[in-house]
Design a protein around this ligand. Sequence first.
Ligand code: DGP
Length: 115
Amino acid sequence: MSHECIFCKIAEGKIPAKIIYQDTDIVAFHDINPQAPVHFLIIPRKHLKNLLDVKDVDAYVLAKMLMVASDIAGQLNIANEGYRVVINTNRQAGQSVDHLHIHVLGGRTMEWPPG
Ligand code: DGP
């Protein structure tokens, strides 16, 4: 864990978040600044900065994050119409929190390519 990391603190329950799902590996919670009618994040409990930090040992957790994203998308009724999964990696891509997270967005039409 990183003492200064806001997502580590959310994972540890030290700061509040609207938690959707959690288990021993991952936590899913609603984004504080939603960019779509449904916008939630999924993080590993393990502090990884971003995709560039992921090693073989993390593959199971990364796959679980993606599968849980689909499960929650179904529960929140965005799966059939469509949802987008985004992993911003480093600053130019828009990463502002240095703890690996996947964004899941849905409930509106989205542009492609993104801006
Ligand atoms: P990114 O820009 O890809 O690093 O996305 C970070 C996201 O995290 C951004 O959409 C806002 C969200 N966020 C930042 N701080 C908090 C927080 O304290 N709680 C919650 N729920 N979301 C946060």
